[in-house]
Design a binder for this molecule. Structure first.
Ligand SMILES: Cc1ncc(COP(=O)(O)O)c(C=O)c1O
Length: 418
């Protein structure tokens, strides 16, 4: 999509013809806000308000402990996993919703290393990217240190270095599919195949992919995947995450956080551990019931459309954003760091700006909510379920106004969350 002839009126026309436009009504969006941060925290699905009330007042308030069975709380990790599965290209019994992404990554990496200790015990290298999400790197380093069996974490920069690092010593490749800072996307199928060619397993972090673009983990041959539900899946702040394990690994999968919810029969209170079968082995303890109910409301929205429709609109919104910034903000020191090539980008547009923090704070004061990532990146998430083309037009208008006013140059107090 080029900017040729693009105007606010044509954006309104695109919205009028947008098959996803009615879905915006399913979300509660504050007036006067242009929300471009659904890649960090998705907005509130309206259904979540009444559902939260129902869980509190009826299921907890009246049902009390009976609700573990009667309101189906007990089976929620598997039920939500099955609802999420189509968005991942997974089988319904390959996914559970539980714990946080960081904790699930710990379990997935531990499980992968366990399988490799049976198949290829001499391999000692775990390859990841220096630009990976820091929590992933900390978890992998921490686990290797804890295991104390001489694993070495090798950090590389970019796709070609990843490929060169895949050799006979590599046990595991651990990558985030869409980079949280730049929005750049890896070729999941190709890297999974390359990892397997050299005898390594692969763990994917899909935090910025699930709900943002179509995934087909089964077809693409991945081994393990984890990700958040509070971003593009709109599950709510701090919502539990998910873990996917390819079925071919279920039998041999084993992870160290063997809490009672991963036992075959938790309520026999057996002093001996007998692991559940399948992906249930990846659970640990009691699920956060209220949060699980809200995740379900977020997932239910996706039943109204397809991931390919979402992806198509996301790319259009992104092209529009990039074109408008290029034409209207060309005289300012903004550098696009997101690939323009559709095959290489996720669903966010990021720019470097020398005063990125102050700039984002000024945009937020004007109602355009994106976010900032140290040291100089401003991010704008594209979320087709509730974003309009005219929102992109208005966002770039605000950006241009703030850049020309210079109001962002004042020193800003740094908050803990940026
Ligand atoms: C790519 C990626 N991985 C992991 C995480 C960490 O998730 P959690 O804090 O739920 O463990 C995040 C959080 O934003 C993320 O963006």
């Amino acid at each position: 999509m080029t900017l040729h002839g693009r105007s606010r009126a044509t954006c309104l026309e695109l919205d009028a013809n947008d098959e996803l436009a009615p879905l915006r009504e399913l979300f509660s969006l504050p007036a006067g806000v242009l929300y471009f941060d659904g890649n960090s925290l998705g907005p509130l699905p309206k259904a979540a308000v009444s559902r939260a009330h129902e869980v509190l007042a009826r299921e907890w308030g009246e049902g009390l402990v009976r609700s573990w069975n009667e309101a189906h709380w007990y089976a929620s990790p598997e039920r939500l996993g099955a609802k999420l599965a189509p968005l991942l290209g997974a089988l319904p019994d390959e996914v559970v919703v539980a714990d946080s992404t960081s904790i699930n990554l710990f379990k997935a990496v531990a499980g992968a290393l366990h399988i490799q200790s049976l198949d290829a015990p001499a391999r000692r290298k775990i390859v990841s990217e220096r630009s990976n999400f820091p929590s992933d790197l900390y978890v992998i380093e921490g686990l290797c240190h804890w295991i104390d069996r001489g694993y070495e974490v090798v950090l590389v920069d970019g796709a070609s270095e990843i490929e060169s690092a895949l050799d006979q010593d590599c046990a595991l490749l651990a990558l985030t599919h869409v980079n949280y800072r730049t929005g750049a996307m890896h070729d999941l199928a190709r890297l999974s195949a390359l990892a397997h060619q050299c005898g390594a397993l692969i763990v994917w972090d899909l935090a910025h992919s699930a709900g943002a673009l179509p995934l087909d983990l089964q077809r693409d041959g991945a081994d393990f995947a984890v990700g958040c539900t509070y971003k593009y899946l709109n599950g709510g702040p701090g919502a539990p995450a998910y873990i996917w394990i390819a079925k071919r690994h279920h039998e041999r999968f084993s992870q160290p956080l063997k809490g009672w919810w991963s036992h075959a029969t938790p309520f026999t209170m057996d002093p001996n551990y007998i692991g559940a079968s399948g992906v249930a082995k990846a659970k640990c303890g009691t699920p956060p019931v209220l949060s699980m109910a809200l995740v379900e409301c977020g997932l239910d929205v996706f039943a109204n459309t397809t991931m390919s429709a979402i992806r198509e609109k996301s790319l259009r919104l992104g092209d529009l954003f990039i074109d408008l910034v290029a034409s209207r903000c060309a005289s300012y020191p903004l550098r696009l760091v997101t690939p323009q090539n559709h095959a290489l980008r996720g669903s966010q547009i990021s720019y470097e700006h020398p005063q990125g923090f102050g700039l984002m704070q000024a945009l937020i004061r004007r109602g355009l909510i994106g976010d900032y990532r140290h040291p100089n990146i401003i991010r704008f998430g594209l979320t087709p379920l509730y974003m309009r083309y005219v929102d992109v037009w208005n966002a770039v208008t605000v950006l241009e106004e703030v850049l020309s006013s210079g109001e962002f140059q004042a020193q800003e107090p740094a908050g803990a969350v940026t």
